[in-house]
Each structure stands twice: as structure tokens, then as C-alpha cells.
Design a protein around this ligand. Structure first.
Ligand SMILES: [Zn+2]
Length: 306
């Protein structure tokens, strides 16, 4: 399953058994780290690498040559004691993992504040050090699953979102347009999205009373050009996106309205729009690894409204 040779698997089994025999003192220096791992029966031991490999098997073209989906902490050989799925491995999420006895966090977005998770520029920073040390001290593995979950078919994030909205049956063959069964006002649509996605407030452009039926749904931060291109290609009533560049897409929508179109925009927030992908991931893990306790811990928005 993991593509490792028998020797390394046998060696691992041996170490696992030794870990059980000698207890916590040994497990602190073992690659199969985690005191809790010592209490998992040998036949149920599943490593981080095994979980990653099985997911990648579902992804056309995987393993990907250039990907940000690397381990941000820990290594493949760690025996999994529990899994957290989430949007960001925030300090709060890490603490929750510790409290739950889970040593494997699968996050959709970066851990260290930039797309590639480069850390050299952060080495002396207190915030970086605090987080990196917390992960190390508690032997927590963090794997980013971004490129892969977006490449499963259907896209796992989109599927999770459509499931949560109850919109699967409205999905067009282009996978980005949802033709609602009946038109609703922009205000009603916003209310529906807030309620189903548990969002406190959204930003929008448009007339709250205007009718919306054809929805272009682009979770995450697709980028201005990509969002605008999709709008041009599909001519929706409303673009519903995660994150927007104010100086790109929002200005396009403003000009479109001034030019006589009724195009509207709803900005859900990046996290709110993609968090359902972590629920998709949690369901997949529970299905494939029923002996591992998997918990979806929503990251929640970093930003508040006042
Ligand atoms: Zn995403």
C-alpha cells in the first residue's frame, strides 16, 4: 500500500512491538512516536504514510511532481493515534488535537503563512517558533492536502460544499454553475448561504431584491483573472466565491453593473467556502480507516465583524 519494501515494514513491526514492550520511554525516541501509539494493538497500526498513499491512489496523475502537499511537521512513519481534518493547522487546532490524543492533522491550507510553507524567513520569529515547537513537543504530524483533494473527481472540496448546500442536483456539466430549481432574491440567497455554511456575515455587490438563479460557485481564492474569465464564459446571475481581490473581481463586477448587467457578487470568506472539504476528507477517512478516530475541527474565520 505504501510502496515500501518488506524489510522496512518488518523493521517497523519489530520496532512497534519493542515500543509496546518497553513503553513510553522508548517511544519518545522512536520514529513511531506518540505515547498513545504504544497502546494501539500492532495489527491496527496505521502510519501517516499509509493514509497519504491511499488517498493519493484516488487522485489521477498522483503523485504530483510539483505540489505544496508536503509534510509540514513530523514524518511518514509515525503511527497514527487519531486524525484531525481542518482548513488550517492553527495553534488552536493543534491544541485541540493534543486534547483529543490525535497526532495527525490534515490541513487544506499552509501551516506557516505562505503558499510553499517556506520557513527560513521565519526562523527567528516568536510566533513561528511557538507553533513549530508545539508541533514538535507533541509529535504532531501535519500534512497539507490541497492539490490532491482538488484533483480527485469530483473535486473533494466542491463536493463537500455542494453536499452541505444541498445543491448537487443543480450542478451543470461544467461543474462550476449551479442552476437553482427556482430563482431567489439575492438577499434570500445570502441568507440561505449564511445559514447552511454557518457564516455570520458576507460581503456582496448587488441589489438585495434582484433575482438569482444561475450561480457561479468558486470556493477558495481562484484569483481575479480566473474568476472574471469564468464570469465571461458562463454569464451567471451571481458569482459566489471564497475570497476576492478587491482590486480585480470586485471592480469588474462594479463596472459590469454600471454597464447595465445585473451581475452580483457574494464573498463567503475563504475558510467558510472550503471548510466543507475538510468534512469530505473526514468522511473519506472514516470510510477507509474505521479504526482511526477522525474528527473534523472547523478552523473558523480568523476575522471578526463589528
Ligand atoms: Zn482549496
Amino acid at each position: 500500500m505504501s510502496g515500501e519494501n518488506n524489510t522496512s515494514i518488518n523493521r517497523r513491526k519489530f520496532i512497534s512491538q519493542v515500543t509496546v514492550a518497553t513503553g513510553a520511554a522508548f517511544s519518545l525516541v522512536s520514529p513511531l512516536t506518540g505515547i498513545a501509539a504504544a497502546f494501539i494493538p500492532v495489527q491496527e497500526r496505521i502510519t501517516v504514510g499509509q493514509v497519504m498513499d491511499l488517498f493519493m491512489k484516488e487522485v489521477p496523475g498522483a503523485p504530483l511532481a510539483n505540489t505544496v502537499d508536503t509534510l509540514k511537521s513530523g514524518n511518514r512513519d509515525v503511527v497514527v493515534t487519531g486524525i484531525i481534518t481542518t482548513m488550517f493547522a492553527t495553534v488552536e487546532v493543534i491544541r485541540k488535537a493534543i486534547a483529543l490524543g490525535a497526532n495527525f492533522i490534515i490541513a487544506h491550507e499552509p501551516t506557516f503563512y505562505n503558499h510553499q510553507d517556506e520557513t527560513a524567513w521565519l526562523e527567528k520569529d516568536d510566533v513561528y517558533r511557538y507553533k513549530a515547537d508545539l508541533l514538535k513537543k507533541h509529535n504532531i504530524v501535519v500534512w497539507r492536502n490541497h492539490d490532491h483533494i482538488h484533483r480527485v473527481r469530483p473535486d473533494g472540496v466542491r463536493k463537500g460544499l455542494a453536499d452541505q448546500l444541498g445543491w448537487q442536483q443543480f450542478e451543470d456539466s461544467n461543474h462550476v454553475i449551479y442552476n437553482l430549481s427556482q430563482a431567489m432574491t439575492l438577499k434570500a440567497l445570502i441568507g440561505d448561504l449564511k445559514q447552511k455554511l454557518n457564516i455570520e456575515a458576507v460581503r456582496y455587490i448587488g441589489d438585495p431584491g434582484q433575482q438569482c438563479r444561475k450561480v457561479l460557485l468558486l470556493p477558495g481564492a481562484a484569483g481575479g483573472k480566473s474568476q472574471i474569465q469564468r464570469v465571461m464564459d458562463t454569464q451567471p446571475d451571481v458569482l459566489v466565491c471564497g475570497e476576492v481581490s478587491e482590486w480585480e473581481t470586485a471592480e469588474y463586477v462594479r463596472d459590469a453593473r454600471a454597464a447595465g448587467k445585473s451581475l452580483a457578487l457574494i464573498v463567503l470568506g475563504h475558510i467558510a467556502s472550503e471548510e466543507p472539504g475538510s468534512e469530505f476528507m473526514a468522511k473519506w477517512l472514516r470510510d477507509k480507516f474505521p479504526t482511526i478516530k477522525t474528527t473534523h475541527v472547523p478552523t473558523g474565520s480568523s476575522l471578526s465583524f463589528l
